[in-house]
Design a binder for this molecule. Structure first.
Ligand SMILES: Nc1ncnc2c1ncn2[C@@H]1O[C@H](COP(=O)(O)OP(=O)(O)OP(=O)(O)O)[C@@H](O)[C@H]1O
Ligand SMILES: [Mg+2]
Length: 160
């Protein structure tokens, strides 16, 4: 039998439609492992370098394919459950937003402590977990679309 080496391009084309996407990245199901996803896009190598050292705060990184072409580089990472995370974080932000909250407040302990006293107590664990993530990975794109839960219900950041 003749062995045909599949190019990265052919492999990516074989994945079909993305299951999700944002402004600069696409997420595909991984046909060989349903607990992981394939992420393509201009910042995947940067994401990989942060994910690699922050498994507690970001998707677990399983593979980096750097073919020197920004359109074909991809990573294989832990699949997160984003729908519920998006809803939960949205509700928290709704509660916090009208107090002129900004992402900068995560870094300012006094401001963060003040805010904590005003938001609904039911959101505190989520608010604290987000602060932990933001400080650990210096996350700046803190939006509901950029979080997901892992299989154990632990909140993680999927974007920086
Ligand atoms: N590990 C993952 N598991 C499951 N879905 C994911 C994962 N990572 C990303 N996604 C989905 O893909 C979407 C886009 O991912 P990401 O935010 O990394 O891309 P982006 O192009 O940087 O988005 P934007 O520029 O809009 O912030 C996420 O909102 C989420 O729905
Ligand atoms: Mg994003």
């Amino acid at each position: 039998m003749k062995w045909v080496k599949t190019s990265v391009k052919d492999f990516l084309a074989s994945l079909g439609n993305p299951i999700s996407y944002g402004g600069s990245h696409k997420i595909f199901e991984n046909p060989s492992c349903k607990d992981t996803v394939i992420k393509i896009g201009k910042e995947v190598l940067k994401h990989a370098s942060v994910f690699k050292n922050n498994e507690d705060f970001c998707p677990i990184l399983y593979k980096i394919v750097d073919c020197g072409n920004v359109n074909e580089n991809y990573i294989i990472i832990e699949k997160l459950y984003c729908d519920k995370a998006k809803k939960d974080v949205k509700n928290l932000f709704k509660d916090v937003k009208w107090r002129n909250y900004s992402w900068f407040d995560y870094f300012d302990l006094q401001r963060y402590t003040d805010l904590k006293e005003h938001i609904n107590k039911k959101y505190l664990p989520l608010f604290e977990r987000i602060r932990e993530i933001v400080l650990a990975i210096k996350m700046s794109d803190i939006s509901p679309d950029n979080f997901g839960y892992d299989i154990n219900g632990k909140l993680k950041a999927l974007d920086l």
